[in-house]
Design a protein around this ligand. Structure first.
Ligand SMILES: *[C@@H]1O[C@H](CO)[C@@H](O)[C@H](O)[C@H]1NC(C)=O
Length: 295
């Protein structure tokens, strides 16, 4: 498969880039010097080529050849908006899945993502999964996810599609001391439950500063939680079955406010008294004339 995807939010006046992707597809018979058969040759180009390609589109071209042949791609012209890691616009090619299908074993396939390079391919997994030693299969890995940004989103794997079975996830949020975390769950919220027994199948446990503040399941999302803490762990356990859609939360953090400074007697003066003091703010105390500041 060859897919081309330009950036979704490009401004109208942004510099346009010309893509000329001309792609003759040549086929070689494996192990032979037979000339390229007629008809086994084609061109793929970006829409509107040779004019600039349009914004916000995604196109996949599938090239299939008979067994025993392989595909060769030659780019004649290539002009895409450059960006780090091809974040904005890109062309990617995905695996030929059945190389040498004459062998008896079923062809090796990637469980999630497949990446071609000349002469081979390799597999990778979607975020939240780890490639297994066989180089093909992917297993959920969420046992020690750490979030240290001041705000962000956390969700169960595949959200809002059903989460995988047998998860043992630990999502930890750690923000700077002097900050407090707020958790807000989004809709849909759906974790397998039971009418009589509390969360017997799958459950989301929330720990604030190491203390359990609740186990959640069902379709009722938890209310907004003001944790008064800079440390939260979310443990998500699932059993071997079920098809609930999971959960997603938005967390934010805020610097804590301090109690108003108060004087102990009428001789002390607090300079420039502010209406509100936050963590790390300072104030200076002095004395009325003729008095001395005590320790
Ligand atoms: C979850 O991860 C945090 C941070 O690494 C750790 O302190 C906590 O003990 C973990 N909880 C469990 C149940 O493993």
């Amino acid at each position: 498969d060859i897919s081309l995807r330009p950036r979704m939010d490009r401004e109208e006046n942004a510099q346009r880039w010309l893509l000329h992707l001309l792609l003759p597809v040549l086929f070689y018979r494996v192990g032979g010097a037979i000339p390229t058969p007629q008809g086994f040759y084609g061109e793929v180009m970006s829409p509107l080529f040779p004019k600039p390609y349009p914004n916000n589109f995604e196109r996949t071209t599938v090239i299939t050849v008979p067994m025993g042949y392989r595909v060769k791609l030659v780019f004649w012209q290539f002009d895409l908006e450059p960006s780090q890691g091809c974040f904005y616009d890109y062309v990617k090619d995905e695996c030929a899945l059945q190389l040498n299908s004459v062998e008896e074993d079923p062809p090796a396939r990637c469980q999630h993502l497949c990446h071609n390079y000349v002469g081979g391919y390799f597999c990778s997994c979607r975020p939240g999964y780890e490639l297994q030693p066989d180089g093909r299969s992917c297993q959920a890995e969420c046992s020690s996810e750490l979030f240290t940004e001041p705000s962000g989103y956390i969700s169960s794997l595949e959200y809002p599609r059903p989460y995988p079975p047998d998860l043992r996830c630990n999502y930890s949020i750690r923000v700077e001391r002097g900050h407090t975390l707020h958790l807000q769950f989004l809709e849909p919220f759906e974790i397998d439950d039971h009418q009589q027994i509390h969360c017997p199948y799958d459950q989301l446990q929330i720990y604030v500063s190491g203390r359990n503040i609740g186990e959640f399941c069902g379709k009722q999302r938890p209310e907004r939680i003001d944790t008064q803490s800079n440390s939260v762990d979310l443990l998500f356990f699932t059993d071997e079955s079920g098809d609930s859609r999971g959960w997603k939360l938005c967390y934010t953090s805020e610097v804590i406010t301090c109690p108003q400074p108060k004087t102990l007697d009428s001789c002390t003066i607090i300079q420039d008294l502010q209406p509100l003091y936050h963590f790390k703010d300072r104030f200076t105390a002095t004395c009325k004339e003729g008095y001395q500041l005590m320790e």
